[in-house]
Design a protein around this ligand. Structure first.
Ligand SMILES: [Zn+2]
Length: 481
């Protein structure tokens, strides 16, 4: 063989590479889109690595280190360990106004360890898994911030910041970051979440608190001398019972759920310790606080009636989400320009298999490619996020991109399975493009940011003053230990 085929290949590669570069003057416009389309492999490997790390809240050491290393390789300056949280960070690129922030999460849920296969198969029995798709959430936000930085790198004025926000699932790092002023100076914040559909909406979600109730009793032999004991677990049962009676006498949008996190597992021991973790939610902050007071009273009553003592610890407190309609309108237009997530036949088969194994119609997954044409209204929503607290200090844009099979709204093994495949990475790239285009619009038209801020100030009310629901306590770095 001569050297000719090699030379020919080189010339062809060069030609192809040139053809892939967007032509000027469009080049400046499309640089971020081009970057995203040529870095699928990088984003795929980051998303899958965080999926495999599966690190619980405030322990996301490998996940945050990986995101930080990619950001630093791409010229970002990174401040680590912000707000007293080792796995929280702020990565900055560019200079001057406007300043746009993209929020990343990367923590997991207990009991949802799952391989990227279309049937239930934990990687670690009873282990942690990305049941809320936060490996995608973190990587999608990374994709957006990197794409935006490529446009800023051309000499365009403005700053982009990626916020590494740990422990969204109940640990609420953003509440501590807001309290410490980490988001100060932002003109707009971008949040997104994996979903079953491509859309944006003005849903407020729910204000939420996480509270641990700890009961102390007296241990005794449950068979020989139970009368000598005072069961801490009885107190938990009494509290749960009173809460369940209370459900009829709270407004219908209220959500209260609980899980026993500690007690003696032996039935023949009267347990002297029991800890129950409560989530209390309502779309209206003040009403959520009112219900919380009632649950605390019930816990006091439970202790009185069972001869135990009670103490409680508020771990986390989220505001509801104040979605900004000026920003969400732009997001909606850009999402319609970009389009939905296009699956290959192989990926569709994967979804069909998941649905089949979940007892659902295997063809019922058709919303990956469709995009809602309008911004959805504010409908009551049972879930909440610590991003809500950010939305009360910075005008905030919301976005959902399809990355789980229909019928699965997260916090289930199906979400973990899909999130570990290229289906999830396609959603990541899609988020990058939508927020890249949204950011360019905002950098170029400061009047839009002005209108967003005006709406934001009006929606909060003139006498609004942000009050942290977590008081002055330290972040609960051990809440998953
Ligand atoms: Zn989530």
């Amino acid at each position: 063989m001569t050297k000719r085929p090699k030379l020919f290949l080189c010339a062809l590669t060069l030609l192809l590479a040139t053809a892939m570069l967007p032509a000027r003057p469009k080049a400046r416009e499309n640089v971020g889109i081009w970057w995203l389309e040529t870095h699928f492999q990088l984003l795929d490997s980051v998303s899958k690595a965080i999926h495999a790390f599966a690190e619980p809240g405030y322990q996301e050491y490998k996940s945050s280190a990986l995101l930080i290393s990619v950001l630093e390789e791409n010229g970002f300056t990174v401040e680590k360990g912000v707000a007293g949280i080792p796995t929280a960070f702020v990565a900055t690129f560019g200079a001057g106004q406007p300043v746009i922030g993209v929020l990343a999460e990367y923590d997991v849920l207990p009991g949802l360890s799952q391989a990227a296969v279309p049937y239930r198969q934990p990687v670690v029995e009873d282990g942690y898994g990305h049941g809320c798709g936060h490996n995608l959430l973190g990587t999608g936000s990374l994709a957006a911030a990197l794409a935006i930085s490529k446009w800023l790198a051309l000499g365009n004025p403005g700053t982009v910041k990626l916020f590494g926000c740990p422990a969204e699932e109940g640990g609420g790092a953003k509440n501590y970051m807001v309290r410490d002023g980490v988001f100060d100076g932002l003109d707009a914040a971008f949040i997104w979440h994996p979903g079953a559909r491509n859309r944006t909406n003005l849903n407020s979600g729910s204000a939420t608190v996480t509270i641990d109730f700890t009961f102390h009793g007296k241990s005794a032999h449950a068979g020989a001398s139970p009368w000598d004991g005072r069961s801490a677990f009885d107190a938990v049962e009494a509290l749960d019972y009173m809460t369940n009676l209370m459900r009829e006498h709270v407004r219908p949008e209220t959500r209260i759920h609980y899980a026993l996190t500690r007690t003696n597992p032996a039935p023949n021991v009267v347990p002297d310790l029991a800890v129950v973790r409560y989530y209390i939610r309502h779309p209206e902050l003040e009403y959520m606080k009112e219900v919380t007071e009632r649950v605390i009273k019930a816990a006091e009553g439970a202790a009185l009636g069972t001869g135990t003592t009670m103490s409680y610890e508020l771990l986390n407190g989220n505001y509801p989400v104040l979605a900004n309609s000026v920003l969400c309108d732009i997001v909606c237009k850009k999402q319609n320009e970009v389009g939905g997530v296009i699956l290959s036949e192989e990926e569709k088969d994967f979804c069909r298999e998941i649905l089949k194994n979940s007892g659902r119609d295997p063809e019922d997954f058709g919303n990956f490619s469709e995009v809602a044409e309008e911004v959805g209204p504010n409908r009551p929503l049972g879930s909440g996020s610590d991003a809500g607290s950010v939305s009360f200090v910075v005008p905030t844009a919301k976005l959902y991109v399809a990355s789980c099979t229909l019928g699965a709204s997260g916090h289930c093994w199906q979400q973990v399975a899909v999130g570990g495949t290229t289906i999830g990475t396609k959603a990541v790239v899609n988020v990058g493009k939508i927020y890249y285009l949204t950011a360019l619009e905002l950098y170029r038209k400061p009047e839009l940011l002005k209108a967003a801020r005006e709406e934001f100030l009006k929606a909060r009310g003139t006498d609004f003053r942000y009050e942290s629901l977590v008081g002055d306590r330290k972040p609960p770095l051990d809440y998953r230990k």
